[in-house]
Design a protein around this ligand. Structure first.
Ligand SMILES: Cc1ncc(COP(=O)(O)O)c(C=O)c1O
Length: 416
């Protein structure tokens, strides 16, 4: 027998083991001031490239006013209780109608949080006889949803249609025995590397295989498609997405999420989704705030246009300078460099302290060993000066990395 705490304290996990050298700086950093292109970190102004406020709505005066008015009207408690019991309002229904209309589905259901919302959607859609087939690079919330599934699940290689097809063949054989169905899950945009899910090619497989298709469009909603309705709109296959999910935590600059589908499917989910049936409804202050944001997302295309001006300037500038930004097809801008975790730490510290650039740093186990991923999220609140300062800073740090300067500086870093 082994004491649980003893084991935990001995092995803090792949990221936890870095806590003594990373916490407060590389992880759990404190960005201060209003959410914008420039915030304060460690007392100094930095250009922030790590906030998913794609459309720059978080701190728009109109949005702040709508939030403040809603807070004055409802406080932060209203409504109390789960939707099914005592937490249901006209406001929630209005938001659901508007969301459904915007993403061109019959019906929508507002979720109190994105993570457990999609996890629970997956859990609710499938039964033990069904088979889930999902992209191996799926977000943790999808993986956790799949973990709840008592039946079979297969992963396919990231965005690899041949691999998906092979797994659909396996899944089809399996369901011939179990009598169940198949749920395919992809993201609209993969948030680390920025590739769009190959949704169009996936739905084309419906000609050959029978399956339902769930798309997590956290990063696509508001940023992709002519109207900003997401990756399905961008790829012209929104109708073929059976269950569409997006969070309010990115383009909508808030908290909460929604799913949209045929009315009968949403009705089923409403009555069976444990994360919503047994948890407090999204607060009215956030619902009213979401209505305001949705209105701006739909009717103020200038935010998306500015976002894409910034995305294009940053991504083209990086490419022109020879940076490897992978195969992004979205606003998510990864920059891949080669180096160890200690080197990455010194490099990022240099970037923050001496160049005033704050971006996220992603290392093993999220990316393969020896790779450093600096992840930049352009927003509509950035400007060309931010882009040009950042490009110069990246050229400078790459030179230092290649000269081994960070390697020498990182030699002293030890992990406890
Ligand atoms: C792809 C994806 N799905 C779901 C979520 C969860 O959303 P929320 O932050 O609203 O819980 C995220 C958030 O990071 C995400 O990136």
């Amino acid at each position: 027998m082994r004491d649980i705490f003893e084991r935990i304290l001995e092995n803090k996990g792949p990221l936890g083991k870095w806590a003594s050298v990373a916490e407060g700086y590389f992880v759990f950093p404190k960005l201060e001031g209003p959410i914008s292109n420039r915030m304060k970190f460690n007392g100094k102004e930095v250009i922030t490239w790590s906030v998913n406020d794609y459309l720059g709505l978080a701190n728009q005066p109109e949005v702040r006013k709508a939030d403040a008015d809603a807070a004055a009207k409802y406080g932060s408690a209203h409504p109390m209780g789960a939707r099914m019991m005592s937490g249901h309002t006209d406001l929630h229904e209005q938001l659901e109608r508007e969301l459904a209309e915007f993403v061109e589905k019959e019906s929508a259901y507002v979720l109190n949080f994105g993570y457990q919302g999609i996890l629970s959607t997956i859990d609710t859609l499938v039964s033990k006889n069904d088979v889930i087939v999902y992209d191996v690079d799926a977000h943790a919330c999808i993986i956790d949803g799949v973990r709840l599934h008592p039946g079979k699940r297969f992963t396919y290689q990231h965005n690899d249609i041949e691999s998906l097809e092979k797994n659909l063949e396996r899944a089809t054989k399996m369901t011939e025995q179990t009598g169940g169905g198949i749920l395919v899950i992809s993201e609209g945009v993969f948030g680390m590397r920025g590739e769009q899910g190959r949704l169009k090619e996936i739905v084309a497989l419906k000609e050959k295989f029978s399956f339902r298709f769930l798309v997590d469009d956290a990063h696509g909603f508001g940023t992709l498609g002519a109207r900003g309705a997401g990756a399905g709109e961008e790829q012209g296959i929104q109708d073929d997405i059976d269950v569409y999910f997006a969070t309010f935590a990115k383009s909508m600059a808030s908290t909460g999420a929604f799913i949209a589908a045929d009315k009968e499917i949403i009705d089923y989910l409403k009555y069976n989704m444990r994360s919503q049936m047994f948890a407090k409804s999204l607060q009215s202050v956030l619902v009213e705030g979401a209505l305001k944001r949705l209105d701006m997302l739909r009717n103020r295309p200038e935010f998306k246009a500015k976002l894409w001006d910034n995305v294009n300037a940053l991504q083209n500038g990086l490419k022109e300078r020879g940076f490897d930004i992978g195969t992004t097809q979205s606003c998510v801008t990864p920059v891949y460099l080669k180096g160890s975790i200690p080197e990455a730490m010194v490099l990022v510290k240099d970037l923050r302290e001496n160049y005033g650039i704050f971006c996220s740093i992603v290392v093993y186990p999220v990316v393969p060993k020896g790779l450093i991923l600096l992840r930049l999220i352009p927003t509509a609140s950035h400007n060309m000066e931010d882009v040009s300062i950042t490009l110069d800073a990246f050229s400078a740090i790459r030179e230092k990395l290649e000269k081994g300067i960070y390697k020498r500086m990182s030699a002293a870093i030890t992990v406890t």
